[in-house]
Design a protein around this ligand. Structure first.
Ligand SMILES: [Zn+2]
Ligand SMILES: [Zn+2]
Length: 156
């Protein structure tokens, strides 16, 4: 994909925690935007599902504050604001790069980042349904296509 003059001039997307002590910017398009239903994400956010805007670390600039870090599993850093407790990001190696997945609601304009897929649908809380028609993966996308498409209503 070639960079156009327009995308180079696009302002970075901004985000931060609830109290404003931590702020960041994302330049360019994210690698992917995904809804994750796994228990680690649910426990780490306190929400029934986490939505990630995942970028290469080279696209991210932390403009204010120092995020606190919790290692939720080997090689995975979950960061949060030490002042207000807002969960900020999931950070790990992915395909040889370091990626930073910001939780969607840390973005000032989450509407700009609609999700593309659901992952770890097998771990979804059985009463929790999202009525979109996105691809669903029982774990993570692999070599085959999605496990099913569309609303989860009627499934586990
Ligand atoms: Zn904060
Ligand atoms: Zn997860």
């Amino acid at each position: 994909m070639t960079e156009t003059a327009i995308s180079n001039e696009t302002k970075p997307a901004e985000g931060g925690c609830h109290c404003g002590a931590n702020r960041f910017e994302i330049s360019g398009e994210p690698e992917y935007v995904a809804c994750c239903h796994c228990m680690d994400c649910r426990k780490s956010t306190g929400a029934p599902m986490a939505v990630f805007v995942t970028c290469l670390d080279t696209q991210v600039r932390f403009t204010k504050g120092e995020r606190s870090v919790y290692s939720s599993s080997p090689g995975v850093a979950r960061t949060y604001c030490g002042d207000c407790g807002t969960p900020l990001s999931y950070e790990a190696e992915w395909k040889g790069d370091t990626v930073i997945g910001f939780y969607i609601s840390t973005l000032d304009k989450p509407e700009d980042f609609p999700p593309e897929k659901h992952v770890f649908d097998a771990d979804r809380i059985s009463w929790f349904h999202v009525a979109d028609d996105l691809p669903r993966y029982l774990t993570v996308p692999g070599t085959s296509g999605p496990d099913y498409i569309g609303p989860s209503v009627g499934r586990k």
